[in-house]
Design a protein around this ligand. Structure first.
Ligand code: NDP
Ligand code: MG
Ligand code: MG
Length: 340
């Protein structure tokens, strides 16, 4: 089994006395900044004036521009949206990095696909929590944490690995487990996971199930509860105890149906498609498409997004959720986005 590190395995002294700039204050940024601050580290947030800036001020963290935060800091964690990182890096981060600083990421995309090429005289590593930012924050306040991966891309000071581990401990991830990876493995597995299983695979499965029932004449409300709402309850069981515990909790009828019908829906052909998805990630074809889509101002992304938001499952879902006041209303897009 791979070596998983916990709080007791990690010395945080190497990060004490260093100034940490958190660039961005969104899903991940607010969680890293607040958790590190409460773990006793010296944090400054780098932003542009706007919504996040106001929120950071409200939360009582020190805020300044990206350029100034980078200039002040020894460790610079880049928590901007991946597609904006190269531009902000060139304009405001790179000119303010000094020899021996650490440039840090929560996802390997821009380094792995060469959209950011760091100078040779800085450490470059990643600390990637395996969960959405709002859970990185919430679990920390509850005394728990979200597991994280770390990887060293460039070790200029000889301390990159120790810094990465101390950082992971500071955000609370060593309460749950910290595991070594490479930029390549983190980038490719993260993209694959969100495309094939967590986000793309799940939304496609939900829609196909909903459409099958509705096209057969069943009520959309019933189809919504069956194929979407109840999924959370099943996922909670999977999270707590794996496939076995989930199957223990459901009826034997459901378990028998799981055994005989699951492999008819997700079969060898599905797996062959997953392999194609993985190949596109590995060859850079997916990255190229996403980079070009952003350069073209996202015409396809926006068109698909509009159509998806008008899917019948979304229409009926909005109506049903409005009648369930115990379901937390997302006040911000990111709170319902479990990409990660
Ligand atoms: P968000 O979109 O939630 O937040 C982005 C932040 O960047 C906002 O505070 C935004 O502020 C700020 N920002 C955007 N443009 C600029 C700019 N030009 N100058 C200064 N600040 C700017 O990002 P995420 O937290 O989702 O993602 C950050 C990184 O973490 C990515 O690398 C992602 O892959 C990775 N990651 C994300 C996970 C997640 O749970 N979301 C999980 C694991 C990794 P403003 O209000 O001004 O727009
Ligand atoms: Mg992820
Ligand atoms: Mg991701």
């Amino acid at each position: 089994m791979a070596k998983v590190l916990y709080n007791g395995d990690i010395q945080e002294e190497v990060l004490q006395g260093k100034k940490i700039a958190i660039i961005g204050y969104g899903s991940q940024g607010h969680a890293h900044a607040l958790n590190l601050k409460e773990s006793g580290f010296d944090v400054v947030v780098g932003l542009r004036p706007g919504k996040s800036w106001d929120k950071a001020v409200e939360d009582g963290v020190q805020v300044t521009t990206v350029a100034e935060a980078t200039a002040q800091a020894d460790v610079v964690m880049v928590l901007l949206p991946d597609e904006l990182q190269p531009k902000v890096y060139e304009e405001s981060i790179k000119p303010n990095l000094k020899a021996g600083d650490a440039l840090v990421f929560a996802h390997g995309f821009n380094i792995h696909f060469n959209q950011i090429v760091p100078p040779a005289d800085v450490d470059v590593f990643l600390v990637a929590p395996k969960g959405p930012g709002h859970l990185v924050r919430r679990t920390f306040t509850e005394g728990a944490g979200v597991p994280a991966l770390y990887a060293v891309y460039q070790d200029y000071t000889g301390q990159a690995k120790d810094l990465a581990l101390a950082y992971a401990k500071g955000i609370g991830s060593a309460r749950a487990g910290v595991l070594q990876t490479s930029f390549q493995e983190e980038t490719e597995t993260d993209l694959f996971g969100e495309q094939a299983v967590l986000c793309g695979g799940t939304t496609a499965l939900i829609k196909a199930g909903f459409e099958t029932l509705v096209e057969a004449g069943y009520q959309p409300e019933v189809a919504y509860f069956e194929c979407l709402h109840e999924l959370k309850l099943i996922v909670d069981l999977l999270y707590e105890g794996g496939l076995e515990y989930m199957r223990y909790s459901i009826s034997d009828t459901a378990q028998w149906g799981d055994f005989v019908s699951g492999p008819r829906v997700v079969n060898e052909e599905t797996k062959a498609r997953m392999k194609e998805v993985l190949k596109d990630i590995q060859t850079g074809a997916f990255a190229k498409g996403w980079i070009l889509e952003n350069q073209a101002n996202r015409p396809q992304f926006n068109a698909i997004n509009r159509a998806e938001n008008n899917h019948p499952i979304e229409v009926v879902g909005r109506e049903l959720r409005a009648l369930m006041p115990f379901i937390k209303k997302p006040n911000q897009k990111k709170e319902v986005v479990v990409h990660g």
